[in-house]
Design a protein around this ligand. Structure first.
Ligand code: T3D
Length: 262
């Protein structure tokens, strides 16, 4: 697929997906939604890709649904549930089910679905100038894109309710302090820091990282007994990888491992 509203670049094992509608803070129209899904499908399937980096062009990360499109012709007959099913749910499912790490570099405001797509990623690194807004309540909507799932788990129910019902703009430092994101860096260092983080992850045992991600996600719905079984299964699978054999060999030979991702 030829992309109009995103950029896709592969370098050193990292597939960088850049949302590219900067004039409207990278808000998501239907075509951009399809392009992001196509790029994620490609990144998930490609053995060359060992980490995905999601970011935005310009002064925003993503302002959620393109409200001009949502209010366009035929809007009165439009079922927003269909839009969620067609655009946002697939993207969040792709990010969370991908068996490789997904880093999100939040370069500016992340609002509505844009905020929650960021929170669905595995490691969220933000510019110190970035902000997060659960903008949905401001226009009479409900957090989607996994917001009602991730927010209470990340920040607790009390703070999740306040964020979702007040729709306040939260600074990156506050998001970090709440446990919503992983790291905050100076804005002019974000690109380098996020790229280095993604490249570092791309040199790690990809299959093992995928199993870690899957096990941690499954823990959110499991009791301890079920989770111990998830860990047993994951360890069995990790133990069959070439990277595990290489990791142990490198340790015993007192050298750096050369992981291939399989
Ligand atoms: O509808 C469905 O399909 C269901 C799914 C819903 C999922 C959702 O994401 S619902 C939530 C949608 N998003 C929002 O409600 C956020 C709307 N945007 C804002 O509240 C503000 O723009 C921000 C807080 C994000 C940033 O504010 P600020 O002051 O930094 O920038 P700005 O001046 O408001 O925006 C800059 C431009 O981007 C501006 O255009 P202009 O005036 O320069 O021509 C603005 O209209 C445009 N823009 C920003 N967000 C959107 C947008 N255009 C379309 N859709 C947007 N979401």
């Amino acid at each position: 697929m030829k992309y109009r509203f995103i950029d896709y670049e592969l370098s050193e094992g990292v597939a960088t997906i850049t949302l590219n509608r900067p004039d409207v803070l990278n808000s998501v129209n239907a075509d951009m939604g399809r392009e992001v899904q196509d790029a994620l499908t490609h990144a998930a399937a490609s053995a060359e890709v060992r980490c995905v980096l999601l970011t935005g062009k310009g002064r925003g990360f993503c302002a959620g649904q393109d409200l001009a499109e949502a209010a366009g012709p035929g809007a009165e007959d439009f079922d927003l549930g269909d839009a969620v099913a067609r655009t946002y749910n697939p993207i969040v499912r792709q990010i969370t089910s991908m068996e490789k790490p997904v880093v999100c570099a939040v370069n500016g405001v992340a609002a509505g679905a844009g905020a929650n797509i960021a929170l669905a990623c595995d490691l969220v690194i933000a510019a110190d100038t970035a902000t997060f807004v659960q903008a949905f309540c401001r226009i009479g909507l409900v957090p989607d894109s996994g917001g009602t799932f991730f927010l209470p788990r990340l920040v607790g129910l009390a703070r999740a309710k306040a964020l979702a019902m007040l729709g306040d703009k939260i600074a990156a430092a506050q998001a970090l302090e709440m446990g919503m994101i992983y790291r905050v860096v100076p804005a002019d260092a974000l690109e380098d820091e996020a790229t280095n983080l993604a490249r570092q992850l791309a040199t790690q045992p990809t299959r093992g990282l995928g199993l870690i991600k899957q096990a941690l996600h499954r823990s959110l719905a499991n009791d301890l007994d079920a989770q111990l079984e998830v860990e047993r299964e994951a360890q069995a699978a990790a133990g069959r990888t070439h990277d595990y054999a290489e990791g142990v060999r490198a340790f015993l030979e007192k050298r750096k491992p050369n992981f291939k991702g399989d």
